[in-house]
Design a protein around this ligand. Structure first.
Ligand SMILES: CC(C)(COP(=O)(O)OP(=O)(O)OC[C@H]1O[C@@H](n2cnc3c(N)ncnc32)[C@H](O)[C@@H]1OP(=O)(O)O)[C@@H](O)C(=O)NCCC(=O)NCCS
Length: 221
């Protein structure tokens, strides 16, 4: 009997199909393993706790020493102590008021990777209710969305605290300027401050409505 053309093709392809099946199974295994690993890399933001303070002190000092060489004196940067800053954060967190927010960004495999804080503005001569005092992401984890997520959550916390606007001061040479502008902050003032015994210019970025720029991306987070 003459085997139909499709039958011959099917018979010839049978061993190959089994191989394909194995290939699909192996690929599927690795894909889901990668998705699992992706799941472990998700960044989350929550209120800071006392147990976070050691990591907060370390990240604060690492970020300063990574970002400010050339902008601030080396001797001041080198003298910074993670332990001293950890103690500072413990003091701040334990004494915080309902108008303040201390947040950390975390990743399941890395723990705390960023910190941020805000409260009523200390800059009375500018028309902004809230001020972001701190925003630092571990240099090993920058440019992966943690800064945006921290700022978005700080703004939410400030809104819940009854604020409608916010300001952030940054050294005028800080590359973070692009980050603030990218997220809708506009320069609203300049001042000169003394840090580590030297005078430096700072720029204030303002958000009159506590809404991050590039709203579509912000809403995704
Ligand atoms: C500034 C900082 C908080 C930003 O956090 P981050 O996690 O690195 O930034 P994100 O990944 O959330 O970036 C958000 C957007 O800003 C952009 N951006 C961030 N840093 C940037 C930079 N230095 N230059 C240009 N664009 C930048 C990102 O490309 C991204 O835009 P996109 O969504 O179009 O891609 C972080 O880089 C940091 O801690 N820097 C050192 C310390 C510092 O300067 N802190 C501010 C003190 S005032």
């Amino acid at each position: 009997m003459r085997v139909p053309r499709w039958g011959r093709i099917a018979a010839w392809k049978w061993p190959q199909s089994v191989l394909n099946l194995y290939a699909y199974a192996i690929a599927g295994f690795f894909c889901s393993a990668r998705e699992l690993r992706g799941g472990f890399d998700v960044i989350a933001v929550r209120r800071a706790r006392e147990g976070d303070c050691a990591a907060m002190g370390r990240i604060y000092v690492d970020a300063w020493q990574d970002t400010y060489p050339g902008l601030l004196p080396d001797r001041g940067l080198l003298a910074m102590s993670p332990d001293r800053h950890a103690a500072h954060w413990a003091h701040e967190i334990s004494g915080q008021t309902a108008k303040e927010a201390f947040l950390v960004a975390t990743m399941p495999r890395h723990g705390v990777i960023g910190l941020a804080s805000a409260g009523p503005s200390r800059t009375r001569d500018l028309p902004f209710g809230a001020e972001v005092f701190t925003l630092y992401v571990d240099p090993n984890h920058q440019r992966h969305g943690a800064g945006r997520l921290l700022l978005e959550n700080l703004f939410n916390a400030m809104r819940q605290a009854g604020q409608r606007s916010a300001v952030i001061w940054a050294l005028s040479g800080n590359p973070a300027r692009t980050f603030y502008e990218r997220l809708g902050g506009a320069e609203v003032a300049r001042r000169v401050r003394t840090t580590f015994g030297e005078r430096h210019e700072e720029i204030a970025f303002g958000w009159p409505d506590l809404v991050l720029g590039d709203g579509a991306r912000a809403a995704e987070n």
